[in-house]
Design a protein around this ligand. Structure first.
Ligand SMILES: *[C@@H]1O[C@H](CO)[C@@H](O)[C@H](O)[C@H]1NC(C)=O
Ligand SMILES: *[C@@H]1O[C@H](CO)[C@@H](O)[C@H](O)[C@H]1NC(C)=O
Ligand SMILES: *[C@@H]1O[C@H](CO)[C@@H](O)[C@H](O)[C@H]1NC(C)=O
Ligand SMILES: *[C@@H]1O[C@H](CO)[C@@H](O)[C@H](O)[C@H]1NC(C)=O
Ligand SMILES: *[C@@H]1O[C@H](CO)[C@@H](O)[C@H](O)[C@H]1NC(C)=O
Ligand SMILES: *[C@@H]1O[C@H](CO)[C@@H](O)[C@H](O)[C@H]1NC(C)=O
Ligand SMILES: *[C@@H]1O[C@H](CO)[C@@H](O)[C@H](O)[C@H]1NC(C)=O
Ligand SMILES: *[C@@H]1O[C@H](CO)[C@@H](O)[C@H](O)[C@H]1NC(C)=O
Ligand SMILES: *[C@@H]1O[C@H](CO)[C@@H](O)[C@H](O)[C@H]1NC(C)=O
Length: 811
């Protein structure tokens, strides 16, 4: 048959089963008693038939066959793309069947339920009909043409009734939507919906039809045009093409990370965890991988930890849910149901107290927004309301006042170190303070099969997006899309932060190069432009004519396969980081013992070179200090990978054509020596003499504050023009040259010696003489103040990089 022929043609292996038809004719049926009776599309890619969804439970479904495309019904390996009766599975023990009736109706009857009709297409046709599974995965019910000159007519098609998946060229329209399933193994209708709303906008909605309904993508606080959307076109249609370009009538578009190849299988799915992801699979049969997703930060999915739950990030396992103090999980197996109070809520204001949960935010369900309220006013307000569950008390930057938001429902809670606001939870006074800790439990994370497959060379796919999923849990992904920065941006501070998270708009695709390509690009590693602890950097020109900095890593790890897989996982993380103040990684090479990173090339070289050649005026120095702080803050906080740089110094801060700084060499400490957080290797002294925080030598835990310390020294170096690596020489009162003091203690002592109202005198003593006295005193003072805070010996006294940014912007 045609089907057999095609299979032989394209995949050249033998087929054993007798079932290989793509068509079900009128009067015929498929039964749960013979599960290997399935329709197979003529290209062998899709099957339609009964699919097991639990013990003795079957759904009529369409799925991707696993390559190589044999026609065995393999319930383990197949990927379901459509279901007829997702909420009402039929019994498999008794004779349940799908039949195409003579009147043109396609019906599914449950043998267990005495032949009850579970599902039907409700089509009617007097002329004869047939059901066909097309090569694109569309299952169509056709009416046979009446005249030789007319065409077969589509009576019904599965593409018009999607479940949670959209296939290439299957339009999402006014009347269709994708609805997630309950969980990975339960395909029943879940709570997350991807569809057009009444304003013609494509969005993501959480709807558990119990107590909670909310749009969470695009972010609710953004106006549609701010999110790049348009409400103007009411055709409401969105399509993914086979190359990986998705485009919607509201102007939302994206292209997949592997865009450009139509030999890749693709499916867009509303996943049960509330994210929409595009999955891709190469035809020669490795697993699915994610080539795009809507939301980069899993805590930003609405309802993920349920009502009274709090989502937070966890370095090792990704996101984590916990119950608020005094609450317990409603259903220990399902976080989406949230938590319930263990106490009897009381309306009596005299019987309530508040406990603080720091850096926590709950979105929505505000009784109101009360500006410039003192804490006691806010508390009073809440106590006077019977249904006030808590108050969100948040600092409002632009006015330097606090806002009070009494909460009537605690939904969508998350905790982030970058959120400067607290939640005060109302509890009965009698409630024991000792038991008011958070009840935690790691969320069973998303464990789809897309994981880091050992890469085999594949010429088909040049741009691969590696996901570390599966290598020990869901890692928070700092995925680069415009959305990530929109979500990351704290809505309440957005005015004052002026572009804090401006991220280069392009998707961060990280390309794998082979050694010969890079050798050629650098003309045999000829032009050295830098040298550091991690390796040597050469200038090169890539095949696509981009000028690049190519870093040959000194590879200390042994070069077994394990090392390569880990390297790839790390590189994938770094490659996805995308921030205007971080040096962009374009690609990498891992071949044999070679480990090479390819970065953008920055023409003005390092801050170190520029400081020594005296080209930086005062304003540039301030902007460099601010930009560097933003880059580091992004590494520490926003990107949620908690990447410590560990070697911040002027050599690692590069300047682009506008003298805008970009932090380089981040993540190298991780790349070169892995697993450091758990073993003692990490406590080995790292970094560069002069810029190292005292923790490195005093055997204290290493935290992001080591970078803050080094940053402080970089700022001092820019201020004073003196390098902390060479001893500071000063002339003391008696005219002798002193050269024993460190830069920090010299500045500290100079400050001490000068009385506080003589700031001009102090600055004159400290500031780089090459500036010739041309600087803004206020700015300079601010920078000095920030730098001195950063170089506190006690790491607890140092600000976070996020706070540094705030302080500098505040100025
Ligand atoms: C499916 O998986 C189960 C358990 O993992 C296994 O016992 C079974 O043999 C598998 N079936 C097929 C057809 O591979
Ligand atoms: C799937 O979830 C639904 C709704 O929670 C439930 O009624 C059904 O029993 C579950 N099915 C399976 C197979 O667990
Ligand atoms: C949609 O996007 C295109 C290209 O980005 C732009 O030219 C056009 O103005 C946008 N339409 C609306 C209504 O915003
Ligand atoms: C994707 O498709 C849209 C609409 O057809 C088109 O405007 C856009 O240019 C395409 N993008 C790419 C990268 O091809
Ligand atoms: C609306 O969007 C559709 C699909 O993107 C497009 O074909 C159509 O021309 C648009 N209509 C208007 C009025 O812009
Ligand atoms: C709360 O306490 C105050 C002062 O102790 C008292 O005047 C008031 O009546 C009490 N309110 C209630 C509802 O018990
Ligand atoms: C906030 O309230 C205080 C006291 O009522 C007042 O002095 C201050 O001006 C207010 N600030 C703003 C920004 O309205
Ligand atoms: C419990 O904590 C609250 C606020 O933190 C405090 O006011 C109260 O005195 C404490 N109660 C007990 C019994 O320690
Ligand atoms: C609460 O903790 C304190 C100190 O940790 C202890 O003295 C007190 O007995 C505890 N109270 C209860 C009710 O367990």
């Amino acid at each position: 048959m045609a089907c057999l022929f095609n299979l032989f043609l394209f995949f050249s292996f033998a087929i054993s089963s007798s079932y290989c038809y793509d068509t079900l004719n009128e009067g015929a049926s498929l039964s749960t008693e013979e599960l290997d009776q399935v329709l197979v599309s003529s290209n062998g890619v899709f099957s339609a038939g009964f699919h097991s969804v639990g013990q003795n439970a079957y759904c009529f479904a369409v799925w991707f066959n696993d390559p190589p495309y044999n026609d065995n019904n393999n319930p383990n390996g197949s990927t379901i793309v459509w279901m007829g009766n997702r909420d009402k599975p039929v019994s498999g023990k008794k004779h349940s069947f799908l039949s195409l009736q003579k009147d043109g109706n396609l019906v599914l009857q449950d043998g267990g339920g005495g032949g009850l009709i579970i599902w039907a297409t409700h089509t009617i046709s007097v002329s004869s009909t047939f059901l066909q599974l097309l090569d694109n995965g569309n299952l169509v019910l056709m009416k046979v043409k009446e005249h030789h000159y007319s065409k077969d007519v589509v009576l019904w098609q599965s593409f018009d009734f999607p479940t949670d998946t959209l296939l290439p060229l299957q339009p999402l329209t006014k009347s269709t939507k994708l609805v997630s399933s309950i969980s990975q193994n339960n395909f029943s209708t879940g709570f997350y919906i991807f569809s057009f709303d009444d304003n013609n906008l494509l969005n993501l909605v959480f709807d558990n039809s119990r107590e909670d309904w909310s749009v969470y993508w695009p972010p609710a606080w953004l106006k549609s045009w701010e999110a790049g959307r348009s409400t103007y076109n009411d055709s409401r249609i969105a399509v993914l093409n086979s190359m990986g370009n998705f485009s919607s009538s509201d102007n939302f578009t994206f292209i997949s990370s592997d865009y450009g190849s139509d030999t890749i299988q693709r499916r867009l799915r509303m996943d049960y965890d509330g994210n929409v992801r595009l999955y891709s699979r190469k035809i020669d049969g490795e697993g699915w991988y994610v080539s795009w997703q809507a939301i980069s930060d899993p805590c930003k999915v609405y309802g993920i930890c349920g009502v009274n739950g709090l989502c937070s990030y966890d370095y090792s396992s990704g996101r984590k849910c916990s119950c608020l103090p005094g609450h317990k999980m409603k259903d220990p197996s399902d976080w989406s149901k949230g938590c319930e109070p263990k106490f009897e809520p009381s309306c009596n204001r005299n019987h309530s107290k508040f406990i603080r949960i720091s850096s926590a935010e709950f979105y929505g369900y505000d009784y109101g927004n009360f500006r410039n309220y003192t804490f006691s006013q806010c508390q009073d307000l809440c106590l006077s309301l019977c249904n006030c569950k808590a108050i969100q008390y948040t600092f409002f930057d632009s006015t330097s006042t606090y806002n009070c938001y009494p909460k009537t429902l605690l939904a969508n809670g998350y905790r982030s170190p970058t959120f400067f606001g607290d939640l005060y939870l109302r509890l009965p006074k009698s409630y024991d303070n000792n038991t008011t800790t958070l009840e935690e439990s790691s969320l069973k994370c998303f464990d789809e099969p897309e994981l880091l497959n050992k890469e085999k060379e594949n010429q088909l796919v040049k741009h691969l997006l590696w996901f570390a999923v599966g290598m020990g849990g869901f890692q928070i992904i700092c995925f680069v899309s415009v959305w990530s920065l929109l979500f990351i941006k704290n809505k309440k501070n957005s005015e004052s932060e002026g572009g804090r998270y401006l991220i280069a708009a392009t998707a961060g695709m990280c390309k794998r190069y082979n050694y010969d390509e890079l050798k050629k690009a650098t003309r045999g590693f000829k032009e050295e432009i830098g040298r550091g602890s991690g390796g040597i950097v050469y200038k090169g020109v890539l095949p696509d004519d981009r000028v690049a900095a190519v870093k040959l890593l000194i590879n200390e790890a042994n070069n077994n396969d394990q090392g390569e897989a880990e390297f790839l996982a790390e590189v994938s993380t770094l490659g996805r980081l995308n921030h205007m103040h971080l040096m962009k990684m374009w690609g990498y090479c891992a071949e044999g013992k070679h480990r090479i990173l390819v970065y953008e090339y920055l023409e003005h070289g390092s801050l170190k070179q520029n400081l020594s050649s005296n080209v930086l005026d005062w304003e540039m120095r301030f902007e460099i200090a601010l930009g560097t702080a933003k880059g580091l803050a992004y590494l520490h906080e926003e990107c949620l990978e908690w990447i410590l740089h560990c070697d911040v110094k002027p050599h690692n801060i590069l300047l682009d054509s506008d003298y805008s700084p970009k932090v380089a060499d981040f993540g190298l400490s991780k790349l070169l020596k892995r697993g450091e957080l758990n073993n003692s290797a990490f406590s080995r002294i790292r970094g560069t003499r002069g810029y190292m925080a005292p923790e490195w030598v005093s055997n204290q835990p290493i935290t992001s504050k080591v970078d803050v310390y080094s940053y402080g020294l970089v700022v001092l170096e820019m201020l004073t023009g003196r390098s902390p690596t060479t001893d500071v020489q000063t002339v003391n009162d008696t005219g002798e040259i002193e050269n024993r003091r460190s830069l920090v203690s010299w500045v500290r002592e100079t400050i001490k010696e000068t009385s506080s109202d003589e700031i001009a005198v102090l600055l004159e003593k400290i500031v780089d003489p090459s500036l010739g006295g041309e600087y803004d005193m206020k700015e300079m003072e601010k920078l000095l103040e920030v730098a001195m805070k950063c170089v506190e010996e006690d790491k607890g006294a140092r600000p976070t990089m996020g706070q540094v940014v705030e302080m500098l912007l505040d100025y």
